[in-house]
Design a protein around this ligand. Structure first.
Ligand SMILES: [Ca+2]
Ligand SMILES: [Ca+2]
Ligand SMILES: [Ca+2]
Ligand SMILES: [Ca+2]
Length: 298
């Protein structure tokens, strides 16, 4: 099951690669109707990004300090937090339904807090994760890591750096706490694994190299609770995936967050309605084809 996201992001990379190559190698293609970035100030003293996919201006989320957010699957405590609306799109070649989604990120000084809400009907099956929704949150660990699991669009065997992946298949029911904060890894499993609810803390350097956190400092301190506004299978509504993790984990296979720093984020979502057996590996929608989303902690 863990292999699924690998394949997904891999296919995503291939698809994006196809688009990117076509554009970049077509000399007569104008460079889009967007204004060039030359009016922007130099991009800071950080290493240059590899985000050269003509994705347009990078989208930004302001992650401010917020009190009173509880990871319980009830999103009402986020009402005062600004969100970023995105349209999660299928990868090229996959005729899957796009889904509107909203992302919010905040912190309480100790934990990074995250809310992902996706417009889709309710599908959950405790016995088959493919018949339930699933999602993944990806963060750049190394500054040049590209948005396709660390690789660039046109070379999925290469890598520009490691990414941190929070990969959540909904083995546990609505309202239940999931993740390594409330579960162990399971006998014989790497420490990033969540034996109970399958909210795993992973890393990747490209689409073919992805694991549960397994280094010398490996741990999984993710906490998540999901809910859906509907209670009947197939009923329209909104998924709420509410998550937190310490800003600093000490794990080299995690992104580390601090006030004043900027992080990079991408999201993926799997819809159980994609086929008679649920979603398949490459049947997902995601934000990475539109480039990284910048998260500014203040
Ligand atoms: Ca809440
Ligand atoms: Ca659906
Ligand atoms: Ca970790
Ligand atoms: Ca990780």
């Amino acid at each position: 099951m863990k292999r699924t996201i690998l394949v997904l992001f891999a296919v995503l990379s291939l698809v994006a690669a196809a688009c990117g190559n076509d554009t970049s190698t077509t000399a007569e293609q104008p460079d889009t109707t967007e204004a060039p970035d030359t009016t922007d100030a130099p991009d800071t003293t950080q290493a240059p990004t590899v985000d050269d996919d003509d994705d347009g201006p990078m989208r930004t989320i302001e992650a401010t300090s917020v009190d009173g957010i509880v990871i319980d699957g009830d999103a009402s405590d986020w009402d005062g937090v600004a969100g970023l609306d995105v349209t999660l799109e299928g990868i090229t070649g996959e005729s899957v339904e796009a889904h509107p989604a909203t992302l919010k990120v905040a912190h309480d000084g100790e934990n990074v807090l995250m809310l992902l809400q996706v417009e889709d009907d309710y599908d959950w099956n405790p016995d088959d994760a493919h018949l339930s929704a699933a999602n993944a949150i990806q963060w750049a660990i190394e500054p040049d890591a590209a948005e396709h699991m660390g690789a660039e669009d046109d070379d999925r065997e290469g890598s520009f750096g490691m990414v941190d992946i929070w990969h959540w298949e909904l083995d546990c029911s609505a309202g239940r706490q999931s993740g390594g904060a409330v579960s162990d890894a399971g006998e014989g499993k790497d420490l990033g694994n969540d034996a109970n609810c399958n909210f795993d803390d992973e890393w990747a350097t490209n689409p073919t190299t992805r694991e549960d956190d397994n280094g010398d400092t490996a741990e999984n301190s993710l906490l998540g609770v999901w809910t859906h506004t509907a209670s009947t299978i197939g009923e329209d509504g909104t998924w709420t995936f509410e998550m937190q993790r310490p800003m600093q984990t000490g794990d080299a296979q995690d992104a580390q967050f601090s006030v004043g720093s900027t992080a990079r984020l991408a999201v993926a979502y799997w819809d159980a309605d994609n086929g008679p057996d649920g979603w398949d590996d490459d049947e997902h929608v995601q934000s990475a084809n539109q480039g990284w989303i910048e998260v500014v902690f203040s």
